[in-house]
Design a protein around this ligand. Sequence first.
Ligand code: FAD
Ligand code: EPU
Length: 349
Amino acid sequence: MYKNKYSCNQSLKNLNTFAIDITAKKIVFVKTIAQLIAISKKCKLYNIPYIILGEASNILFLKNYKGVVIFNRIKGIKIVEQDDSWLLHVNSGEKWHHLVKLTVNLGIFGLENLALIPGCIGSAAIQNIGAYGLEFKDICQYVEIISLKNRSKMKIYNRFCLFSYRNSIFKHKYNHEYAIIKVGIKILKNWKPIILSSIKNYIQTKHVNGHQIFNIICKIRKNKLPDPKKTGNAGSFFKNPIITKKKLQTLVPFYRKIPYFLEKNGLIKISAGWLIEKYQFNNIQIGDATIYQKQKLILINKNNATPQDIIQLARIIYSCILKKFNIALEPEIDFIGPVGKIKSSEILK
Ligand code: FAD
Ligand code: EPU
């Protein structure tokens, strides 16, 4: 009986930013923790796979999903003023950019460098989103999770979240049968703008405020990145590689202009977009999948790309970059197979 309810297929084409034309057995939008628990419990009872998503802006579905796709729409924002800071308690289904805009409009500055990043609050924590010199880890106080097995809740404070570049404990220890339900964000009142060189050119006044930074970031991003409403994409497809100084020294004599940034741990982050640009893939297109010309770290669906088109293109890029620079690119996005997530190492081999 219950199975019959789940036997129809529903389209996900308008519900994933890559705009891949696939289906799920069922799509559910949950607005409360109780609904989330109820649906995951039912799925377990009937042995139906399920996956929790925010806005599906950092994933690629590989095939029709044989289970229930649960879109998290658990909303709510509470702002508490303290002497030196603002504490934001935000439910995980809120949209990240909505929070940024709301706080900037209230004159609470600190999130503006992360403007216009698609997706929900919960995923921002999992992914440790970052842009223009700021990462989620810099403003996170805690992340609250719930076990979908026994309903116990746990608040994990920043230093136990093991945040690093596009990584956190929520991708490892708590990535199965757990859901992020809330995050705590701490914004210090003693605001100082974060101005990277790429932003400097846009600033004309001596004193800059959070509104201006917000507007600049939005302008840069609108110019440089494809709008998922018009062109399917999931942001950067690969991560920027982190290499040793020794490895950098082997590259610099050949590629003097290679952009690189020193990380706090002494390692070097280099630009994957630059490596891809340097390779000169020259209008490569597989089916309807291609490289975005203005930002080559982004793969786009021109219209009707299949997951296989995108994967084939990614494999070509991966193997060419490996051959030319001896650097193995790592995908940034998650891959969703017919019954669940698939390790990226299995996708590119
Ligand atoms: P989804 O894609 O829905 O989910 C991502 C993963 O998190 C999935 O594995 C999912 O199962 C899991 N998940 C989601 N919610 C929960 C939950 N509540 N509990 C448990 N698991 C959950 N990222 C950056 O860091 N910086 C950028 O500048 C940036 N720019 C982008 C620009 C564009 C145009 C696009 C399309 C993407 C960009 N991204 C960027 C990537 C993306 O927006 C972020 O990774 C974002 O945090 C993903 O949010 P989401 O809600 O869409 O996650
Ligand atoms: N570059 C090129 N060609 C390109 C792209 C980049 O030469 O096609 C070089 C340029 O030298 C440029 C530098 O790389 O100055 C950095 O480029 P950009 O500022 O566009 O940033 P990125 O390193 O390519 C990262 C994040 C983005 C984030 C931006 C801004 C990753 C994987 N990507 O991209 O995040 O918005 O910085 O801070 O770290 C995402 O994660 O999905 C994402 C879009």
